[in-house]
Design a protein around this ligand. Structure first.
Ligand SMILES: *Cc1c(COP(=O)(O)O)cnc(C)c1O
Length: 352
């Protein structure tokens, strides 16, 4: 990796960050707080939250096996994605490389930050080749985005190719592991010492069942996390979110149980989808959703909407023509979806 100093945008390297009242005084012995212009009434939400979420990070550190100094917490992992651009990419000058198809926010954040987004198409097995991404990169490529298991395809990316990219690319490699809890693959978050250019993203929005609280995590070297802390909004994770997350971390067993149920339902759903006459292909998945190629994605999507069932139409996405992305729901929800898809076939047959 080229030095972090060289990778960073010059204005970020030189930035003197905002220093909040909570940054300047961190002790716990005091009992009169007249430093932040807060209202002394309306406890407990009258006080600003911990800007660095230390209690949360300490607990998470034990569960994730990552040191607190190597953890960033944000308003969804979307915040961390945006910070990658704001930290490293000069608008109108630098670019990033990403696999295609993948999660839409990488491109949206690139566009917002006026950073060129270079897409490299996956192969027919939805895999990437490190050499193709390296070829697409140039001296102004600051980051490469990978997503494993990938959204919307569902498959995990080849570990050997990921390692090759981490070794050979001089800039930042982001691996988005939003769906890693549903896979049987190892996380890259335990290999931060091996790869100083690695940023791993995870989230409370999927396996943890906490999409509403907006909480995402980035795991990276202490130096990269220090940069994120410097440029983030001072109180980016609100107190209610921190409290809910602390509660969630007390229920790791519930999360494991949800994941177990969802993985079993995923297999059942995939088998049942394969039996439907509207199904052309059910793709292998390591996530809590299934990509399915059907006879007519738009018609089936609209039919399902009419029955109050919403799936994601991915027909217009690269390599996903005629594909629907179906999230694994409760057993009852999955049954309702399967019934509806069967009924669609029957109405079609009658109409012909
Ligand atoms: C759902 C999802 C996320 C989660 O984003 P949050 O902002 O944490 O809710 C991140 N990456 C991918 C690929 C996703 O599909």
């Amino acid at each position: 990796m080229i030095s972090l100093e060289k990778l960073l945008r010059p204005n970020i390297r030189q930035l003197k960050p905002y220093s909040s009242a909570r940054d300047e005084y961190k002790g716990v012995e005091a009992h009169v707080f007249l430093d932040a212009n807060e209202n002394p009434f309306n406890a407990p939400i009258n006080r600003y939250p911990d800007p660095l979420q230390l209690q949360l990070k300490q607990k998470l550190s034990v569960i994730k096996g990552v040191r607190p100094a190597c953890i960033f917490m944000g308003n969804g992992s979307d915040e961390a994605i945006d910070l990658v651009y704001r930290a490293f990419c000069r608008p109108g000058v630098d670019n990033v490389v990403a696999i295609d198809p993948s999660y839409g926010m990488y491109q949206v954040c690139a566009d917002i930050n006026d950073v060129a987004y270079r897409k490299v198409l996956l192969d027919e097995n939805f895999q990437f080749h490190a050499d193709d991404l390296l070829k697409a990169a140039d001296g102004n490529t600051k980051a490469i985005f990978l997503c494993s298991p990938n959204n919307p395809t569902g498959n995990s990316l080849c570990e050997v190719e990921i390692e090759k990219l981490l070794r050979q690319f001089e800039g930042i490699v982001v691996i988005d592991e939003a769906y890693f809890d549903f896979s049987n693959h190892a996380t890259f978050s335990h290999r931060l010492d091996e790869y100083p250019n690695l940023i791993v993203l995870q989230t409370f929005s999927k396996a943890w069942g906490c999409a509403a609280i907006r909480l995402g995590m980035a795991f990276a070297s202490e130096e990269i996390i220090a940069v994120f802390n410097k440029i983030k909004y001072p109180y980016n994770v609100n107190q209610l979110t921190q409290q809910e997350a602390l509660k969630a971390l007390e229920h790791v067993d519930a999360v494991k149980e949800w994941v177990r149920i969802l993985k079993a339902e995923r297999s059942r759903l995939m088998d049942a989808l394969r039996e439907l006459s509207v199904t052309e292909k059910v793709f292998e998945t390591d996530a809590n959703f299934v990509l399915v190629r059907v006879t007519d994605a738009v018609a089936i999507y609209n039919y399902l909407v009419g029955r109050g069932i919403i799936v994601r139409n991915r027909h217009r996405v690269s390599l996903c023509a005629q594909c629907l992305r179906i999230t694994v729901g409760t057993p009852e929800e999955n049954d309702e979806l399967l019934e509806a898809m069967k009924a669609y076939h029957e109405t079609e047959t009658i109409n012909q």
